[in-house]
Every structure is written in C-alpha cells, then in structure tokens.
Ligand binder design. Sequence first.
Ligand code: ZN
Ligand code: ZN
Length: 224
Amino acid sequence: MAAKLLGAVPLEAVTAVLLSHLHPDHWHDLPALRHALRSRAGHRLGRHVVAPLPLYVPGEPRELFTQISSYQEVFAVQAIEELSPVCGGKAGGEGDFTAHLGAARVCFYRTRHVLPAYCLEVVLGASRLIYTGDTAWWDGLADLAAGADLLLAEASLLNVDRPLLPGDHLTAAEAGRLAREAGVKRLVLTHFWPEYDLEELRREAQTEFGGEVILAREGEVYRF
Ligand SMILES: [Zn+2]
Ligand SMILES: [Zn+2]
C-alpha cells in the first residue's frame, strides 16, 4: 500500500499518517513507509534533513504501540488516547479525541471492534470526511456522519453472511443505511474481503442508500 500511496502522491506531500487501529491490514505497511522515509532522511549517511512525520496511532495493544514507537527516527508517534478529549462537543463520549493537522481538525471516535479502534472525522474548512474504521454498527454513528461530504465506510460482508461474524464489521447494507440516515453527499465503500464480488457489495449498499455508491480502488484519489 505504501507503494500505491507513493504512486498517487509524492512522499513530500504526505504530511501525517493516521492509523484507525492495529490489525495487520491497517498498519503492516508502516515499515515500508518507514523505509522510504529513512532513505529520504539520509539516515544511511547519518544525516537528519527532514522533520519526523506525525503518526497518530492507538496506544493498544501495548506491544504493537511500543514497536511502532521505536520508529521514532522518522515518525513523531502520538498515542490517540493522549490527545485532548474534546471533539467539538459533538459526540463527547469517553474515548473521543481531537488533533489539529495544519488547517485540518481530526476527531477520533472509539468504535465497536475487537481491538481498540477509531472512526475518523477530518474537518477542513466547511468540508468533512468520515472514515468509519473497522466497526460493528453502533448507535450514534449516523449522527456523527450527518451531512458529511464524503463517507468512507467499511463494507466487509454481505448481510446474508452477518451470522458468520461476532459483530466487528459493517455489512454493505449497513454502510448504505449509514449513508442514508446520515444524509451524506458521497459514499465510498472500502475494506473488501477477497472472496466477494465487489459489484454484489455495491448493489447491496445502493439498495439501502439510494444514491451513487463508489467502490474504493487502490491508487485512486478521493477529495472532499
Ligand atoms: Zn480490524
Ligand atoms: Zn480491517
């Protein structure tokens, strides 16, 4: 994924990294990005020419956080739980945190997942992006996403397969329902399992949403 990212934007354009949680599909490419940053920073020659890149990451599981914290030569590692707990007064629940990245404000809302995980809200001027992260449906999610310009929602499985999971992920139908109840302007589905026909996921979400449903593609850039 680091290679795909750097195919879409130059390394210099990456100004921060936000990790929703520490399952391998969400962070295992970090060492590859670290390697690219180490090369850029001239560490092989012992020169420090670039400031560490801000990296926001859950503080649990502790052993993974400790490992990632050791990448400090290129990342300024920040535990999400040590951020300010104020999120514009919107959700205000325990486990909600906020940070400022340049002109953007980012809020992290704790989701319902097997590991500590966060839904991300990025506010830039009058525009808002909501990324669900990995999560089961939870009350308040539609309120959080209300009126978002872009909703990036996980759609891990079809509704018919819901009994297979203990409630850690959204179905495509739930992603569509979320988009409809929140009245978002655009819905992009992500977090696909390889066994699925993506068109089937898209149709299920569309039936619930009623608006256009976009399937996320590697290398594509989504603006909000
Ligand atoms: Zn996960
Ligand atoms: Zn995942």
